[in-house]
Write a protein that binds this ligand. Sequence first.
Ligand code: DGJ
Length: 712
Amino acid sequence: MIHHLRAAGTSFVLDARGTAVPAVIHFGADLGELDQHALQNLAEAQRPAIGPSSIDSPLTQRIVPLMADGWSGRPGLAGYHEGTPISTLGVQHTASLRLRETRHAGLNLSLVLETIPPVVGEPDATALVAEIDIEMSAQGVVRQRLSVRNEGSSVYSLASLDATLPVPARARELLDFTGRWPRERQPQRHDLGVGTWTRDSRHGRPGHDAAFLLVAGTPGFGFRHGEIWGSHLAWSGDQRLWAEASATGHSLVGAGELIEPGEVRLATGETYRSPWLVSAWSANGLDGLAERLHGFLRSKRPLGERKLMLNTWEAVYFDHDLAKLTRLAETAASVGVERFVLDDGWMTGRTDDRRALGDWVVDASKWPDGLHTLIERVHGLGMDFGLWVEPEMVSVDSDVFRAHPEWVLSAGNAELPQSWRFQQALDLSNPEAFAHVLGQLSALLDEYPIAYLKWDQNRDLLGGSAHRQTLACYRLMDALRAQHPTLEIESCSSGGARVDLGVLERTDRVWPSDTNDSLERQSIYRYTAGLVPPEFLGVHLGAPTAHTTGRSHELSFRLATALFGHAGIEWDLTTASETELDAIRVWASLYREQRALLHSGVLVRADDVDPARQLHGIVAADAMAAIFSIVTVAATRDSAVAPVRFPGLHPDLVYRVRAVKLGEWPRVLQDAPPPWWVHGGVTLSGRVLGELGLTMPLLLPEQALVLHLAAV
Ligand code: DGJ
C-alpha cells in the first residue's frame, strides 16, 4: 500500500508496497486528495529509467538506505553480530531487510522490518527486527525514529542507525550552524555537491558548534523565500547530521546518535531506539520552517506565563552575601521582576569554579539559616525562587569525589579524563552515583520552595559513554519532574551547548548563550529562534559593558534586545542609576503587557536591502497586532536607507504603527526624522507596509528601534 499523510499544506508519501524496504517518494507541497490508484500512478511517475552500468531495477531512495538495495552511499543501519564467521560478515554489515508489517492510523505510520536470512549459517543466528515510527503533526512536521532489536543468537554491535529523508535534486544549497562559547549558532552555507557533508558532535552534548538545524533548499533561500527541508535531531548527546548527494542524482539528509565502537552492544532480545529526527518542509524559506516547528513544539510543551526573572550570576558571581543579595532582590522586585534565581556559589566550599560540584548542600558559612532567610524575603517581595545546579558534574575537591573517586565518568583508564573547567563528569549511569544526586536534589526541593532549577552542564565528556550518560541525565530530569510536577527547569550548558528538542522534552527554557552582549545576542536569537520558539529562549538584560566581550551598549539597545524571548536581568541592579531603573520599569511593564503576543505569535525575520539593518518581529496568530525591532548591526551602507518592509502582516488589515520608547530613544544621526515620526505614528495597510514599507529614523550602529503595530 502507498501511504499518504497530509497536514497544514504538506504531504508525505511512503511507498510500502510488497516486501521491499519502503521508500519516501514525496515530502513537500500538499498533493491533494489521492486514492490508491492515483498514488500508484504517482509512484510509477517517479521511478527512474535504468541506466547502463547500474543495478537492473530502478534505484529507489529507501527509508533505510542499504547497500543490499543498490545504495552505495551512507547506510541507514550498520553493525554486526559478534562472532559471525568472516565468510558471512559482509551479509551482516549490509543487513538486507524486508518489510514485515505496516500499521497506519491517522497521521501515524509504523513499519516493521526484518532481516532476510543469510544463505549460509544458521537462519536465525543473525536476525534483526527494525521498527520505524513516523508521525506527522498538525503543523506538517514529520518526525521519525527507528529501533533495532537483536533476535540473533550472539551480541549485535550497533555502529549506526540513522533516520533519513530524501530531498529533491533542486535542494542544492545547505545551511547549518557552528559556533563557540559564547557565540553559538552562527550560520554556514555551501553548495551540496556530490559527496557527503557530515557534522559530528563528540562533546557528550550537542556542543557550542552544534549543527543544530540542517537545512537543504533551493539556491539562495532566505528567511522569507525559497523551498527548504530542515531537520533537527532531538538528542542531547553525541550525534551526526549529514547530507549526501549521490552521482545517481539522489540526495538525502540523515541523522542519528553518534555511536562509538562497542558502545551499543545488544544481547539477544535487546533493543536500541534512536532519537527522533524532526523534519519540516517550507515553501516560504526559514520563517515558514520556523512557524511549523514552533507550532509543533508549542503543542508538545505548552508553557505558562513566562516570569520576568533576575539571575544573580553576572551580578555577584561566587560572592554570595545575604545582605547584598537581599538588596539585589529588593531592587529587582522594585522594577517588576517576578522570579529571583540564585546562580552558582551557594554550595559548601564553592568559592570559585574549582571545587564543590557534586556536594549539593547549602554552605552554612555563607548561609547560616540555609537559604530560608533569602527565600522568605524573595517571596515577601512577591517573587518566586529559582536555584542553579549542575547535577552531572563533580569537582575533585569535593566530599563526593573523596568518598567515591570511582564515580567519575571515564573510559576506564587509571588516570582521570582531561579536566575541563576544573571539573569532571559524574557517571550517572552508575546507579549509586545517580541515587546520590537524585537524593541530594530531592532533599533540596523538599526543604525549600524552589520553583525553578537552572540546570547547568559545563564540560565535554571526553570519555565514558555519552550514550548512557545522556539517557541517565534524561532519567534524572524525569525523576525530579515526576516528584515535583510544578518544577520548571532551564537547560544551560556553558551557555548554549545543549539547545535541542531532546532536552526540551523535559525542560522549560534554554540558555542560548553566556553572552549578554546585545549585538552578539541579535544573531544568536535570529538563528536559535529558527527552531526554538522565543518563549523558550532566555534573554537577559546585561550590564552596560558586556562581561564576555568588553563591548558597551546603551540601555535602549540592551532593553530592545532583551524583549524578544523569555526575558530576564543579569546585572547588579544595585549599581544602576534611578534613570536606568525607571527605563527598566518601562521595559518590564511592556514585557508583561506584551508577553502573550511575544510568546504565541509568528516569528518574522527579514533580509533588508542594507545588510547592516535587520528586522525581526512577532506577529499575532490572528495578525491583529505585532511587535518589530529594527536593528542596526553596523553602520548602514546607504545614507538615506530605503523604507523598511514589514512582512507577515495581514494585507487587508490597517495598522496603527507607533514607536516604543524604552526609557530613551535609540541614537540617531539626522537633521530631521521621517515625517510620520513627528506625528507620533502612522496608519497604513498591511499590504502597504509589506510591499512599500516605512522610512525609518537614521539609527547609528548598534541601536534598535521597537515598533508596535495594532490593527485599527
Ligand atoms: C555557566 C553558565 O552558562 C552561566 O550562566 C553560569 O551559570 C555559570 N556556568 C555558573 O558557574
